[in-house]
Design a protein around this ligand. Structure first.
Ligand code: NDP
Length: 242
């Protein structure tokens, strides 16, 4: 059974690289019209724009920092002008750093929460009027949110908060026919990890390898589709069995 999203419109945050890039391309190839945003100009953003031009449908890539509420306002306005409504929102944009808790400054705590949590809040709340019955919201969380990991107190707190956020939204928005889910990736191969670090991770993963961005995108596409019409409030770990 193919996942098809023909006629649907989607917003993906943090689409230029890594998981967001795979999600953007996956949704577009499944037939959705996709508007993706990124934070800073880069070769990756240019490459994605070029690749999207080769996929049928109306796709846009724009610069918007989700930690800036005004920028989110402009992003949502772009969606309204381009599509009139949204069927899918993938809150993927995320920031991380590795700092011992004792040295974690309030500014850095705030920076991570501003992107990972408040960004998702702003995007979702401002886009709410564009959603209609049958819409699907997906938050990209993290498996480590429920496991914990040294040096990531701010990151894990922000990702764990998304789970509670999604649980409440599923109850508030369910009566409008809007579904809300979290996809929680394990360790995904989005950066050039040193071989010794990759080998270390592979030893703790049941499937013996890091995940691929496309393996997250596949689950996001499923949740975005009508095949998942009775799934809401869930957190789906996609972690190769860690
Ligand atoms: P990358 O760092 O590879 O890409 C992040 C993307 O998000 C980039 O396109 C970046 O834009 C964008 N972005 C970052 N901050 C902002 C912002 N403030 N506003 C708009 N866009 C922003 O990340 P990954 O693909 O690795 O991660 C994607 C998501 O998956 C994140 O939420 C992350 O926490 C989560 N995750 C990742 C895991 C992994 O192993 N990779 C594991 C578990 C969860 P730009 O290109 O302009 O910098």
């Amino acid at each position: 059974m193919d996942i098809r999203l023909d006629g649907k419109t989607a917003l993906v945050t943090g689409g230029a690289r890594g998981i967001g890039r795979a999600v953007t391309l996956g949704l577009a190839k499944a037939g959705a019209n996709v508007l993706a945003c990124y934070r800073s100009e880069s070769a990756a953003a240019e490459e994605l724009a070029h690749e999207l031009k080769g996929i049928p449908g109306e796709h846009r890539l724009i610069r918007a920092d989700v930690s800036d509420a005004d920028a989110v306002g402009r992003l949502v306005e772009e969606c309204r002008t381009a599509f009139g409504h949204l069927d899918v929102i993938v809150n993927n944009a995320g920031a991380i750093s590795h700092i011992p808790f004792a040295e974690l400054g309030r500014d850095e705590w705030q920076r991570i929460l501003d992107t990972n949590l408040t960004g998702a809040f702003d995007v979702t709340q401002q886009a709410l009027p564009l959603l209609r019955s049958g819409s699907s919201l997906v938050f990209v969380g993290s498996k480590v949110a429920m496991v914990g990991l040294p040096l990531r107190a701010h990151y894990t707190a922000s990702k764990a908060a998304l789970v509670g956020f999604a649980r409440t939204l599923c109850k508030e928005l369910g009566p409008r026919g809007i579904r809300v889910n979290v996809v929680a990736p394990g360790i995904i191969d989005t950066t050039d990890l040193p071989p010794d670090r990759a080998a270390q991770y592979e030893r703790i993963i049941s499937l013996g390898r890091l995940g691929r961005p496309e393996e997250i995108a596949a689950v996001v596409a499923f949740l975005a589709s009508d095949l998942a019409s009775y799934i809401t409030g869930e957190t789906i770990n996609v972690d190769g069995g860690t």
